[in-house]
Design a protein. Structure first.
Length: 209
């Protein structure tokens, strides 16, 4: 798993524990997903290229640095939406484009239903956002789309991954770096990560009944 980075900072471990708790309400759950997205983004963007710029401080001029690449955030609907705000707070000039999939509950395969990538405007770096890397189907399909779009560098940023999903994404797209807060034990027969945290979309949007 050479292209997998697990960021196990104490703040991440603490927030992830609350996120997993079945008694955590949707309001707190959404807040934690946003905060964890920001913390993981910090590590995922560590290798972004920067360029020198001259800055006038109150005392003198100096050489400082700014990012030189355009960045696209691509949340996989619907669960990936919760990660956008936290990352956007760190990279306010990033562009956000949405791709939507739902899971066929019989085959566990992703079915595309929404795609808002503009034509002929590929960005240098694309961050695919999805809290859970379970079977890997949606991540693979999204990466397929983004590569056809012409993106130069693609990274997957999620909260929890299953070994099965990580392997699947690596086999099809070995050039995509994977950033997670944790790798859990396995997938169950319904394709959910165990121990996991349940359905990240349902828990964010309060649709668990």
């Amino acid at each position: 798993m050479s292209n997998v980075t697990i960021t196990n900072h104490p703040l991440i471990e603490h927030k992830l524990s609350i996120l997993r708790d079945v008694n955590t309400n949707p309001t707190i759950f959404r807040q934690l997903v946003s905060e964890l997205g920001a913390l993981l983004c910090y590590e995922a963007t560590r290798d972004l290229p920067i360029k020198p710029v001259e800055v006038q401080t109150p005392l003198t001029t100096m050489t400082a640095y700014e990012m030189q690449e355009s960045i696209a955030l691509i949340p996989i609907l619907r669960a990936g939406l919760g990660m956008v705000e936290g990352i956007w707070a760190l990279i306010p000039n990033a562009h956000v484009f949405h791709i939507g999939f739902y899971r066929n509950e019989q085959t566990l395969e992703p079915v595309e239903y929404y795609n808002k990538l503009p034509k002929n405007h590929p960005f240098n770096t694309c961050l695919i956002l999805d809290p859970m890397l379970a079977t890997g189907g949606s991540a693979i399909a999204t990466t397929d789309i983004i590569k056809r779009w012409g993106a130069k560098k693609i990274k997957f940023v999620g909260l929890i991954g299953a070994p099965e999903g990580i392997r699947a994404l690596q086999e099809v797209h070995p050039d995509v770096d994977i950033h997670l807060a944790a790798i859990d034990d396995h997938l169950n027969e319904k394709g959910y990560i165990v121990p996991g945290l349940g359905d990240a979309g349902d828990r964010q949007f309060g649709t668990v009944f």
